[in-house]
Design a protein around this ligand. Sequence first.
Ligand SMILES: [Zn+2]
Length: 212
Amino acid sequence: MKTVKLYDRDHYLREFEAEVVAVDACGVELDGTAFYAEAGGQAGDSGALNGLRVVDTRVVSDRIVHVMEDSPGLRPGDSVVGVIDWDRRYRIMRLHTASHIMEYFLWRRFGFMKRTGSYVDDKKDRADYLHDGRLEPEKLKAVEVDTNGFLAEGHPVKIEVDDEGMRHWSCGPVEMLCAGAHVRNTCEVGAVKLKRRNPGRGEERVETSLAE
Ligand SMILES: [Zn+2]
C-alpha cells in the first residue's frame, strides 16, 4: 500500500491523523503522512507519532518509513497523531525555495553550469556544479545581492502537477521540476548568505544559508 503524501497537498501541514499499516525493524509505515521522506536532495523530517520521537523519515524499498528513536509499541490498525518538527521543516522549505532562486542568478552571472548534486537541510543548502577554476568572490557576492533583492520582492511560488504526476515548480522567471517542500512566497525566506567551497573533482560548491 502506498502512503498518501499529505504534504503534497499542503506543505504547511504540521499535524495530522493517520493509521499504522506496518511496523518493522526499519520503522513505522502509515496510510498517510505529512512527514517529508528524504528524497530529491531534501532531508527527511523529524517529529513525533503519538508523542514518540521520529528521528528521520526515509524511503525504503519504495515505502515511506518513519524511523523511531525507540521501539514504538505500535501495531497495524493503530491510530496515530503525527506532529512534524515545524521550526526545522520551515527552515528547510525557506532554504529549498532560496536555492532555486540562487541558482537562477548564479547562471545569469556565471553562465550555465551543470549541477551534479544538491542537498538541503535546516542548516544550509549545498549545490555542486561542474566548473573549471573557482567561482570569483565578487561575482558570487553579486549573485547574493541579486537573490536577496528578488526574495524581498515577494514573488509567489507556484506548483502545478501534470498528468504524469510530475510537479512543476515556478517562481517569476524560474522554473523546474521539483517534488520538494517550499514556502508560498519568497518574502517568507528573508535574506540569505552564499559561501563558496571546493569539493574537488572539477566542481565548485555553493552553500546557501539563512542570514538571520
Ligand atoms: Zn527543488
